[in-house]
Design a protein around this ligand. Structure first.
Ligand code: ZN
Length: 241
């Protein structure tokens, strides 16, 4: 099977369209989304529609929960908070119903999906580096867990009690190891690379790849500015921060 796994679309329709086009050339069998479909970008409803059309099984992110009032936005920075309020106003009932249906964790035969981390998933704890991975590795039933949330693609491995991080964009999956894979962000990359990130897990070849694709950043920026969302949300797309 070839699985498409993507995260943190954040209402960026241009980036999501480009990623969908890229996936079309990849013989994908099933789609999965790691949450934060909305927030920051100017097209939350359109992005939800597209995720639904892909029949992507999705988990909830902190922004998806914030627009539903399920998570306290007190710890959101002012720009994120403003985007949450803007998005809340724009969401259709269909979109809200879809977001309400999302669980925090999804387990399949081949992998587990969670937006942030497996320990206390509703607190959305960040995994930026290897020291933040033990609790999630400990709670992982199978050997592969996909995450998002930081908007920084990454591969974390555990063999026995030894944990390490790989800075490659690909990893071969073996039974002897456990993996936490951050799929990066479709709609707001923050690793200094503005290209949209997306992930593929080929369970026959036992290979996970994180790929990048260019998209119409200018159009995404224009829509953010036209919507009177904070300008920084447009500018940061160009630098991938
Ligand atoms: Zn996010």
């Amino acid at each position: 099977m070839r699985y498409a796994i993507f995260s943190d679309v954040h209402g960026n329709l241009q980036a999501l369209e480009a990623v969908c086009q890229a996936y079309k050339k990849e013989n994908i069998d099933a789609y999965y989304c790691l949450g934060d479909i909305v927030g920051y970008g100017a097209n939350p409803n359109e992005c939800i529609d597209m995720v639904r059309r892909l029949k992507a099984v999705s988990v909830a992110g902190n922004h998806d929960w914030a627009v539903l009032g399920r998570t306290d936005v007190a710890y959101f920075n002012p720009v994120a908070k403003q985007a949450v309020f803007w998005t809340k106003e724009k969401l259709t009932q269909t979109s809200k119903t879809f977001l309400e249906s999302l669980e925090l964790i999804c387990k399949t035969e081949a992998f587990t999906l969670v937006h942030a981390s497996l320990n206390d998933p509703k607190r959305f704890r960040y995994i930026f580096e290897i020291g933040q991975t033990p609790e999630t590795f400990a709670r992982l039933d199978g050997n592969v867990c996909f995450i998002g949330h930081t908007h920084i693609p990454g591969i974390f491995l555990q063999k026995g009690e030894k944990r390490s991080q790989s800075f490659s964009s690909e990893v071969s999956v073996t039974d002897a190891e456990k993996y936490i894979i951050n799929a990066g962000s479709v709609g707001q990359p923050r690793d200094g690379n503005p290209l949209a990130a997306y992930c593929i897990y080929d369970t026959d070849q036992k290979k996970i790849s994180i790929k990048r694709i260019s998209y119409d950043i200018r159009e995404a920026q224009k829509r953010i500015l036209d919507a009177h969302l904070p300008e920084i949300l447009a500018f940061r797309l160009a630098v991938g921060q």
